[in-house]
Design a protein around this ligand. Sequence first.
Ligand code: G3H
Ligand code: ZN
Length: 282
Amino acid sequence: MLVNAKEIIQNAYKNKKVVFHININNLEWTKQILLAANYKNVPIILGVSPSAAKYFGGYNVCYSLVKSLIKDLKIKIPVCLHLDHGSYFDCLEAIKAKFSSIMFDGSKLPFEKNLELSKKLSEICKKKNLSIECEIGRIGGAEDGVISEISYTNLNEAKAFKKIGIDMLAVGIGNIHGEYPSDWKGLNFSLLKELNETLNMPFVLHGGSGISDTDLKKCISLGVSKININTELQIANARALESFIKTNDIMENKNYNPRRLYKLPNEAIYNKVIEILDKFKE
Ligand code: G3H
Ligand code: ZN
């Protein structure tokens, strides 16, 4: 069932649990994530970045693909189709294509502009019963080819965002997209604690790949109800493909058949998702 993220995130928040947001990149990814989440019987958020949507062929393709996979694979869990790091224009496109949830990333805009556009989108989402995530402070690292410096979420700015009625807030607490560098300073838990005590609303932690389980657990106890993961799966997929190609002759046994070629990467994605979903169950 395709749902918005409102109920699943509120439930997670109330019970100090987490819903995983896993980015999808193609059909195989989407299928394996749905199968793994369905097997584990937990809700899942499928994140689609604007560049991933383009790679799929467009927002309508993503929507139809996810809808059809839910139907044909008889997926029973709540599935949220969520635009990840969208501009204002991307958000409108994803809404038009019937995504059930959006993230407006105005973190590179001046605060007032970010707030103004977030408010507009929040009103549209309310009317259409969609969930909305916004971001203040900046997540470091590269996302969709854009490199950002870390900037921490400001408490007063966060308060203003709460007032516009968004469902979840992506916080910048030292988290980084992609791999964490060896000189990474770690997460700022005292800031997260302060934000949590002041705002009492679900937070989103981007850049979930490579953060220790202990730190992720601490984040969940301090109001993080959605953790975004992409890089971990990309690495698992690439490693499996690399190992297949290194150990097999592509011209033997019709190994060039994509269904053979992607067998191990598909299994790697499935297993990685199971491993992620098994975290923090109790
Ligand atoms: O929005 C997506 C993410 O924040 C994923 O970050 O690739 O570092 O896991 P990651
Ligand atoms: Zn992100």
